[in-house]
Design a binder for this molecule. Structure first.
Ligand code: PGA
Length: 260
């Protein structure tokens, strides 16, 4: 199957523009070193979801790269412009250099009370403005223990994608909430089971072809030492990495694991 492998970093609210510049200077040689030769299997696409105030520094810093990593926004509002104080316009972030946007991250859902319906509007706005949405889904520990992982994740996907056409490009990130920032990574079996289930949900909404072509990333305490085994699972197409993406060396090592 030829679906795209993706290594994505989620910087959350870390790094100033100066720190962003230093990161990309350090990452450049590590990144080119981790790129497979043209004859090898496809290299992963590399995306950094960074604070919007770091876009200009990142766009400038990656000018020197032969193969440029992509820039993503961590959030958008669902209108293109208007009286929405403090919000980020999808066309604004696009013209500032973003090609991706994270939607429905668990921190947005829990700390900022974002609903599935709100996520759906943002997914639609992203697609309409030419951004690739990465829809994040995942169950809490309580939900997992209650045996409702699949119900929760299905609901988040069905609702979140309810306003897009089958031909829209989107990516799914499965991030069990109990694994985010806790150091408690899902086992290979738990992650693979969830990813295979997500693919079946996508097949139910769209088609087998669409489900097979959609990249599904795992996120939650991904580190250089657990990424290799997770990357071997047939339904894991890459990673959404928080803490370890802040360190150039660690993130480059995770990218490297997707080359095999
Ligand atoms: P983590 O974060 O890798 O630090 O667990 C993942 C995320 O929040 O996307």
């Amino acid at each position: 199957m030829t679906r795209k492998k993706i290594a994505a970093g989620n910087w959350k609210m870390f790094k100033t523009p100066d720190e962003t510049k230093s990161f990309f200077v350090e990452f450049a040689p590590l990144f080119s070193g981790s790129q497979a030769p043209a004859s090898a299997i496809a290299c992963p696409e590399v995306v950094f979801f960074i604070p919007a105030y770091d876009f200009a520094a990142a766009v400038d810093a990656v000018k020197a790269y032969a193969e440029k990593p992509k820039i993503g926004a961590q959030n958008i509002f669902h209108e293109r412009e208007g009286a929405f104080t403090g919000e980020l316009s999808p066309i604004g972030v696009k013209s500032a250099g973003a090609t991706y946007v994270l939607i429905g991250h668990s921190e947005r859902r829990s700390l900022f009370f974002e609903s599935d319906e709100f996520a759906a509007k943002k997914v639609r706005a992203a697609v309409e403005c030419g951004l690739t949405p990465m829809l994040c889904v995942g169950e809490t520990l309580k939900e997992r223990e209650a045996g409702s992982m699949l119900d929760v994740v299905s609901r988040q996907i069905i609702a979140g994608l309810s306003q897009v056409n089958p031909d829209a490009r989107f990516v799914i990130a499965y991030e069990p909430v109990w694994a985010i920032g806790t150091g408690k990574v899902a086992t290979n079996e738990q992650a693979e089971e969830a990813h295979a289930a997500i693919r079946r949900v996508l097949e139910g909404i769209f088609s087998e072809a669409k489900a097979e072509a959609t990249s599904i990333l795992y996120g939650g305490s991904v580190k250089p030492d657990n990424a290799g085994a997770l990357a071997q699972q047939p339904n894991i197409d890459g990673f959404l990495v928080g803490g370890a993406s802040l360190k150039a060396r660690d993130f480059a090592s995770i990218v490297e694991k997707l080359n095999h």
